[in-house]
Design a protein around this ligand. Structure first.
Ligand code: NAD
Length: 503
């Protein structure tokens, strides 16, 4: 397709899909084939300002919209997403690369948050205490903040935008979304469906861009809260810059997720879980298992793990036989290949080398790296210290469970971890001692369902409250406490009270 006829990704401002006037654009590219799919603008400062102004104006009425009316929009929205699941997944796979089945999972995990948003009536409730002093009641209101913004990464272009705007809007805020510029197409389709479900003009707005647009969002005085998901480097910058501008900020960031394998673990289940969680989505998940800590006799399981990884098929995500799709970009592929070379140079044992998988036809140009396994990895090696964000599993050894726990607690990241064992006592010790926010027990990717919140910790998270679940209601609302007394006509006057005591 020639440059001129590539579709242009619009902005959404005040209920209208509009073409950007920017002079700066980048292309959205199918990572399996390098086919160019669309052009996405880096929005201008005026366009960002217009999106925020539209959200600010819409907030005046949206904040007072009855809670049932807000809930019903999300009831309709969840049905629209369900009806369009297959086509959403196809769009996602074309621009992001993951398999169609996994793309459906990406949409579905977001859909679960939309279902949760439809439940806003029972979530956004205050508290009330009767007679805190004679005839005095105290109660709280959870009021929306105003304009909120979301900045999302490339790796879950459906789920992560759906972590953000449904809960923010359902609780009475208006929203400006900045999707990943690498794969904005499925996000835009989800936004179209949100309008079809009844989200009014100005309540949801979208701007595209990179660093400059993100900085404008951090600085804008009318934006009250920012939810960011992405790398630790960018998230730390967003947290600092937006906090300095007085905003509420939550940043869910990078990871290095360890799985402990005890020798009493169910071997088949464990090896399957490790291979699926290390290499699924080509390792481009913030909850991917990228470090296996084999304890005691489990150290002998490496050859069987390698056999399983070898059997995974590398290819385009839209092929039913593919297990591992491409990396998002040529730059990501080069970076992962360079890290593998670094691991070899640092003396780790390359048990399985996924570089240059044999692919044919259009896929020869794709950003493919196959499953890769290193054993003999030690803290201090770059492949242990850095988030690879590719299909690379590093194996570390430990003598005991306590040694394995100490290793994980010494790592700065705290996103996810898992233990594989048949011992309840070992699992209980692990869950109590491990300093990581999301813990799996024989569950390799313990991303909580939206009844709970996503609870990454330490270097993987900045801000106190997580996305979705109950925590996000606190994030997207301001608690106001009312203390009230009403006098009967015959109430006795007790004179002037000059103390702080409520009488
Ligand atoms: P990224 O940090 O490069 O990009 C995230 C967002 O920030 C994008 O919208 C991007 O446009 C913007 N951005 C990029 N560079 C910027 C800059 N210099 N200044 C301001 N904004 C900038 O992340 P990514 O590569 O899209 O996503 C992968 C990362 O996200 C991984 O580190 C992964 O672990 C992390 N992630 C974390 C979670 C979580 O919940 N903890 C979930 C998914 C992904």
């Amino acid at each position: 397709m020639s440059r001129d006829v590539l579709p242009q990704v619009p902005l959404l401002i005040n209920g209208e899909f509009v073409q950007s006037r920017s002079s700066e654009w980048r292309e959205v590219i199918n990572p399996a084939t390098q086919q160019r799919l669309a052009r996405v603008p880096m929005a201008t400062p005026d366009e960002v300002a217009a999106a925020v102004a539209a959200a600010q104006a819409a907030f005046k009425t949206w904040r007072k919209t009855p809670i049932g009316q807000r809930a019903r929009i999300f009831l309709k929205y969840q049905q629209l997403i369900r009806d369009n699941l297959k086509s959403l997944a196809a769009t996602l796979t074309a621009e992001q690369g993951k398999t169609l089945a996994d793309a459906e999972g990406d949409v579905f995990r977001g859909l679960e948050v939309v279902e949760h948003a439809a439940n806003i009536g029972s979530l956004q409730m205050g508290e009330r205490a009767h007679n805190v002093a004679g005839g005095v009641d105290t109660y709280t209101l959870l009021q929306p903040l105003g304009v909120c913004a979301g900045i999302t990464p490339f790796n879950f272009p459906a789920m992560i935008p759906l972590w953000m705007f449904p809960m923010a809007i359902a609780s009475g805020n208006t929203f400006v979304l900045k999707p990943s510029e690498q794969d904005p197409l499925v996000t835009m389709r989800l936004v179209e469906l949100a309008l079809e479900a009844g989200v009014p003009p100005g309540v949801l707005n979208v701007v595209h861009g990179g660093e400059a647009v993100v900085n404008a969002i951090c600085d804008h005085p009318d934006i009250k809260a920012i939810s960011f998901v992405g790398s630790t480097r960018v998230g730390t910058h967003v947290y600092q810059r937006a906090s300095l501008a007085g905003k509420r900020v939550q940043c869910m960031m990078g990871a290095k997720n360890h799985a402990i394998v005890l020798p009493d673990a169910h071997k088949e289940q464990t090896l399957n879980a490790l291979a699926g969680a290390a290499f699924g989505a080509a390792g481009q998940r913030c909850m991917a298992l990228s470090v296996a800590v084999l304890v005691g006799a489990a150290r002998a399981w490496v050859p069987e793990l390698v056999e399983r990884a070898k059997r995974l098929a590398v290819g385009a995500g839209d092929s039913a036989t593919t297990d591992v799709g491409p990396l998002i970009s040529c730059a990501a592929k080069e970076r992962v290949e360079a890290l593998i070379a670094r691991g070899v140079a640092e003396g780790a044992r390359l048990e399985l080398d996924g570089r240059l998988p044999p692919l044919h036809g259009a896929l020869k140009d794709g950003n493919f790296v196959g499953p890769t396994i290193f054993s003999g990895v030690k803290p201090g090696m770059v492949i242990y210290e850095q988030e690879v964000f590719g299909p690379v599993l590093v194996i570390v050894e430990a003598e005991t469970l306590d040694e394995a726990i100490a290793l994980i607690n010494a790592n700065p990241n705290g996103n996810g971890t898992a233990i594989f064992t048949q011992s309840g006592a070992a699992a209980r010790r692990f869950e109590e001692e491990i300093d990581v926010g999301q813990v799996g027990i024989n569950v390799p990717i313990p991303v909580p369902v939206p009844l709970f919140s996503f609870t990454g910790s330490r270097a993987s998270k900045l801000g106190d409250l997580g996305p979705y679940g109950k925590q996000v209601i606190m994030f997207y609302t301001q608690t106001k406490t009312i203390t009230a007394r009403w006098f009967d006509d015959d109430a006795v006057t007790s004179g002037v009270n000059t103390t702080i005591t409520l009488k």
